[in-house]
Design a protein around this ligand. Structure first.
Ligand SMILES: [Zn+2]
Length: 385
């Protein structure tokens, strides 16, 4: 077989696999229509993919006549990847299956551990192996590793360009991880990974344009258009948190004064609160505010107002159909979600944009990044089948 023939054969197998991944369960006829391959060709390639363990045929009773239809679907656990998230302080490691479902995950405190990139990769790989061992799954079933991180990440070259949280600059993390593990790796920004998961498995499914807003240690944001993450020239598109909002404001972690996130991030809210009291969490601050302490009420109101302005910026900049709220501030104190929406709709919405979009809360409970990066690792693997 010539190289061209072999490559055409692989392309057909990939088209079929990807069609099944998009629309499972499907019939042979539907596959033939989706891939523009003849039914005999579809059947021939399917035999190979059944044999290799990627797909399987299941029977389903359809219609009123009780006739059995043969449907093609992805075989359970045919491709497992490790979706991980690392921000210096903690590491989350998971096993993600071919349908983007979490098989299992664990979170580790990494504050005291080594922060040098190779050592971090060794720790991550070690935790992945432990997870497979604990779940009694053979590590040979691991087909890709995904690492999501805070910062400016070049997902194509696999390089961390700059990460203030990690203190890394121009780190070729993807190839370091591949050297350490011998397994294909992908890396991406944590918020962009989360947006990818929201589009494929979450509240942004079928959305044309969505903006994800992460309220937590900072204000993270990402934009997804027709299923593709908007990246910009240097992977910085959609970073609303660093739009300058207050020229005489607080110094941001990026080195600028008065970035939008300095009025919204947990770190800055708790620093403000610390001037009056020793509250440790935003939940405690809300309790103090409800108890009638004026200073606490003002900090909460200011947060809610600036968060509403972040929604306004997202909506005016991208005209989305969906705005997604996520992040620990929203997960831990869900009442803030209602408050932000109320203030936004009462005071800041552009009237001509009312009813053109929905604000939704992520349903991943803080796990969107590991799901997204695990799915991206699977995506890379499926290109090699
Ligand atoms: Zn900034």
């Amino acid at each position: 077989m010539s190289y061209a023939d072999a490559s055409a054969k692989n392309n057909s197998a990939q088209s079929i696999l990807n069609a099944v991944r998009r629309s499972y369960p499907v019939t042979r006829l539907e596959l033939s229509e989706m891939t523009e391959l003849s039914i005999p060709s579809v059947s021939r390639i399917l035999s190979r993919l059944f044999e290799e363990g990627y797909l399987e045929e299941v029977s389903s009773t359809s219609g009123g006549l009780g006739r059995k239809t043969k449907l093609i679907t992805l075989k359970d656990r045919c491709v497992l990847t490790a979706g991980t998230e690392y921000d210096g302080e903690s590491l989350k490691v998971s096993i993600i299956d071919e349908k983007g479902r979490i098989v299992t995950f664990k979170t580790y405190d990494t504050k005291r551990l080594e922060k040098e990139p190779r050592a971090v990769c060794e720790i991550i790989y070690d935790k992945i192996r432990n997870l497979f061992h604990d779940e009694k799954i053979n590590i040979e079933r691991l087909f890709g590793i995904g690492i999501s991180l805070p910062g400016i990440i070049n997902n194509e070259s696999g390089e961390v360009m700059f990460s203030a949280q990690l203190g890394w600059k121009n780190v070729k993390l993807q190839s370091i991880m591949e050297e350490v593990s011998g397994i294909n790796c992908v890396i991406d920004n944590d918020i962009k990974s989360a947006a990818y998961a929201e589009y494929n498995k979450g509240v942004a499914k079928n959305s044309k344009i969505s903006v994800l807003l992460y309220f937590g240690t900072g204000l993270g944001s990402a934009v997804i258009i027709d299923g593709n993450v908007l990246r910009g020239v240097t992977n910085s598109a959609g970073e609303l948190g660093h739009i300058t909002q207050d020229i005489s404001g607080i110094l941001c972690t990026c080195g600028k004064i008065g970035c939008m996130q300095t009025n919204i991030a947990k770190k800055f809210i708790l620093e403000e609160a610390g001037k009056f009291s020793d509250v440790k969490t935003v939940g405690e601050l809300l309790d103090v505010s409800r108890a009638g302490e004026k200073w606490a009420e003002r900090i909460v109101n200011r947060f809610v107002t600036y968060a509403a302005l972040a929604v306004d910026t997202a909506v005016c900049a991208y005209n989305p159909d969906t705005v997604i709220f996520c992040g620990d501030l929203i997960n831990d104190t869900p009442e803030l979600y209602d408050e932000i929406c109320k203030v936004y709709y009462n005071n800041y919405i552009c009237e001509y944009l009312r009813d053109t979009f929905e604000i939704k809360q992520s349903t991943f409970e803080g796990n969107a990044s590991i799901v997204g990066i695990g799915m991206l690792a699977a995506e890379k693997f499926f290109k090699t089948v």
